[in-house]
Design a protein around this ligand. Structure first.
Ligand code: SAM
Ligand code: SF4
Length: 346
């Protein structure tokens, strides 16, 4: 196998189907209703479930009600593209055989570091000859000593982490920040804050505090339902002003808050979404099939229009032609980039 530098790049978001978490964030996107608006058939019953669950006194009961009520909806999906250790490692190993310089984000709906197999796959991937970057996502709920043990055997020069700051779940915020500072010394780290309505008033202060410690921070708009309102559409004008001040980039704001139509996109060209069965899709937001990792897949020769109206996934919306013309990546981390000095045609 050639070294990674000689090969054309291929960026992948690998949807593992691992959805178990050690945190129980009330706003977690994994437990948000399926459906775009209150008029879609799937959204209405879930909205009413959320409303009745919200009457319960305990946050845990609300969470359990929300998860349990979604099980019939998820059942079919779980059987076909749900988490499976053997399939996961098969896809990881298959990445090593591809004639590309691989930049893989291992996507989870739960927590990465509570699953030894997810971690072992990431470790293997970081050591493949053709790997350029491995991007992981985590709630950073372990101690630095535990991370030191977990990171053993990784090629840390290829590892990047996006860690979510979930203040409703973190027991000791000072210690969490200390851990983030320590992890940032050994791994390319970015922190993400979710602009859930109850967290809005504290958002700017949290961001400043983390940045003052030398951490790179970006804000993700809340996507889901809160008090019967769908977000991000229901942010008030005041909320929008506050968000515009704390967002990482105009790009993030336009796509995550304003739900801008993405236009032409490199998804399917040098970026694909891969599921646990190895099926290859143009992206994970709108599933256009491109083959299978084990049996062969094809790539598009040039960017094509986004088939949908919005793309708020922070991994995927970086593939728009407009993003690539306006911004350039500054590290292996999927969420570190800066404006180009002049707008270029990539
Ligand atoms: C579901 S989490 C799973 C990974 C990991 N456990 C974590 O907390 O980062 C994946 C990403 O979604 C973000 N997220 C969670 N709930 C969200 C929501 N309702 N709207 C937007 N982003 C959300 C998290 O901050 C994280 O960046
Ligand atoms: S803009 Fe986003 S949703 Fe649209 S094709 Fe590209 S990656 Fe997919």
């Amino acid at each position: 196998m050639s070294s990674s530098a000689d090969l054309p790049r291929l960026k992948v978001r690998f949807g593992t189907g691992w959805n178990t978490c050690n945190y129980h964030c009330e706003y977690c996107v994994t437990d948000q209703p399926i459906g775009d608006n209150a008029a879609t058939p799937e959204a209405l019953p879930v909205l009413s479930r959320l409303r009745s669950a919200a009457m319960e006194p305990s946050r845990v009961i609300r969470k359990v009600a929300s998860v349990a009520s979604r099980l019939p909806v998820l059942k079919q999906e779980t059987e076909t593209i749900g988490w499976d250790e053997a399939k996961y490692l098969r896809v990881i190993d298959q990445f090593a055989t591809l004639p590309y310089s691989m930049d893989v984000r291992i996507g989870v709906g739960g927590e990465t570091f509570i699953n030894k197999t997810v971690v072992e796959g990431a470790r293997r991937l970081s050591n493949h000859d053709n790997t350029r970057a491995v991007n992981l996502i985590s709630n950073l709920s372990f101690s630095f000593k535990q991370y030191e043990r977990i990171f053993q055997g990784f090629d840390l020069s290829r590892l990047a982490l996006v860690c979510s700051f979930h203040p409703t779940e973190i027991k000791d915020i000072d210690r969490w920040v200390e851990t983030a500072i320590e992890v940032n010394q050994v791994v390319d780290l970015a922190i993400v804050l979710v602009a859930w309505p109850p967290l809005m008033p504290a958002l700017a202060d949290y961001k400043r505090r983390l940045e003052d410690c030398g951490l790179e921070v970006f804000v993700q708009a809340f996507h889901g339902w809160y008090e019967g309102q769908k977000y991000p559409e229901s942010y008030s004008q005041d909320d929008r002003k506050r968000l515009a001040n704390v967002f990482y980039s105009e790009h993030d704001y336009e796509h995550m808050v304003d739900l801008k139509q993405p236009g032409s996109c490199y998804a399917g060209v040098d970026y694909v979404y891969v599921d646990i069965n190895g099926d290859v899709w143009r992206c994970g937001t709108y599933k256009v099939p491109q083959g299978n990792l084990l049996n062969g897949f094809r790539l598009l020769s040039e960017p094509a229009p986004c088939p949908g109206n919005e793309c708020w996934c922070d991994t995927e919306n970086l593939n728009t032609v407009e993003f690539r013309n306006r911004y350039e990546m500054t590290s292996l981390n999927q969420h570190k980039y800066k404006k180009r000095a002049s707008v270029s045609q990539v």
